[in-house]
Design a protein around this ligand. Sequence first.
Ligand SMILES: [Zn+2]
Length: 276
Amino acid sequence: MITFFLITGFITIAVIRYKRDLQDGYRVVLRSAGPFRSKIVPISPVYRKILVDYFPYYNALTASDKARFERKLCQIIYSKIFIPRDFDEVTDEMKVLISATAVQLTFGLDGVYLSHFRKILIYPNDYYSSITKKFHKGEVNPAFGIIVLSWHSYVMGYLNSNQDGVNLGLHEMAHALRLENIIRNSEYQFFNEVLLNRLDEYGMAVCEPADYEQVKFFRPYACANTHEFFAVAVENFFERPMQLQLAMPGLYAVLCALLNQDPANYSSATSKDSAA
Ligand SMILES: [Zn+2]
């Protein structure tokens, strides 16, 4: 009798493991096929409706740029793993809108999909870190290829659009983008180094005490280091491009060249020229 239960138990465990491995295998194959699927399978009407309803950047594009945006969006959705933390299931809205932020930031950069960052970890609200003993809204972990976001703060970033230059999604994606540029993979060194250095020089100049009036345009956290300056500048570049252009035309021009797009005139975003 004991032998029977042992054999049945072993078989059950083997079947469960086989099913799980098979599902993992399917997911890996589907993710690997992401670039191909995004080219031949039209975007789901559900995904498109979410973009139309909630993503002004997409709505401002020309018809051909919308199609290009959709292809890039699908490739990002298909190739990344979205992981819910402290809730059950990542919704389509979460997948589409978080991926749309990645597309927004990289729309002028052909072949850039933040591919090192395969996992997107989503918390429903700001989350407590036992390491820093603080609540966090988001972070980027290059060692594990993870972008972490609080969904609440992500949504607030877009709801307050054009008002405060604060956008969590763009901020964390900007960190990931700058790191992706120095990670040796197929997307390595897509940024023009001269332009990047120029941007860092702007950051240092703006954060000089003598230029404190300009610092006020950004929140003080921008001056924590060059990575934070880049991320905060990107938030402002997309959230209030005209004000940034007026306040710091040189910095705005460098960001336009670096990201190969001009948010003050969305339809000018182009895939033809890289940020060289
Ligand atoms: Zn940051």
